[in-house]
Design a protein around this ligand. Structure first.
Ligand SMILES: Nc1ncnc2c1ncn2[C@@H]1O[C@H](COP(=O)(O)OP(=O)(O)O)[C@@H](O)[C@H]1O
Ligand SMILES: [Mg+2]
Length: 181
């Protein structure tokens, strides 16, 4: 995909399909390790060992309306082409952790893309889910959770005004992480 935020949306859509109620997205950009890491942790239905072994097989999907599940296999190819990889841990009933890493300086690593739009679209379509987002760029960290936001807003997060304020806030914070540019 052209932007990693779309891959992130894809991984989180899997978590939502797996009925997760708590989802944690962590992005780590570390120049000293030349590493870009994206991690999504959920508390959905998870996978048993048999499914887990086949998770990168394009013909494995638990979807009822199609015969191929290309999300994770394509992501794996993409990460591997950037000297990285995809690593999955899961236990049935306990959720899943997907780790995607890239060699940060690799020329083919796609840009992160519009993370604020991705995050806001998840909040808007799944207001009942608790989403935590943590973004680390070298020695700077930004963290936010919909649970905290709900406490400060004392109302639904899904009004157009609040969603657009959250998007602007995320844009500013992510810009600050990258040195304000
Ligand atoms: N977070 C998750 N929790 C439980 N199962 C998952 C999760 N992510 C993926 N899976 C399983 O892996 C399969 C393949 O995922 P994916 O490659 O994204 O294809 P698709 O979502 O199109 O089926 C899914 O059908 C689902 O069974
Ligand atoms: Mg999918």
């Amino acid at each position: 995909m052209k932007e990693l935020s779309l891959n992130i949306l894809d991984i989180i859509e899997n978590s939502l399909k797996a009925k997760a109620k708590n989802i944690e997205l962590t992005i780590i950009e570390d120049d000293s390790k030349d590493l870009l890491l994206i991690e999504v942790k959920d508390d959905g239905v998870g996978m048993d060992e048999t499914l887990l072994k086949e998770v990168f097989d394009p013909f494995m999907t638990t979807s009822k309306n199609k015969k191929v599940g290309l999300g994770l296999p394509l992501l794996k190819l993409e990460a591997e082409s950037c000297d990285g990889g995809v690593f999955i841990e899961s236990k049935k009933g306990l959720g899943m952790i997907v780790k995607v890493c890239f060699k940060k300086s690799h020329i083919d690593v796609p840009p992160l893309g519009d993370l604020p739009a991705t995050i806001v679209s998840i909040i808007a379509t799944h207001p009942e889910v608790n989403l935590k987002f943590k973004h680390v760029v070298n020695n700077k960290t930004f963290e936010i959770s919909t649970e905290d936001l709900r406490k400060t807003c004392e109302e639904s997060l899904c009004t157009p005004f609040l969603l657009s304020s959250i998007k602007t806030f995320l844009e500013e914070k992510i810009k600050e992480l990258h040195g304000g540019v």
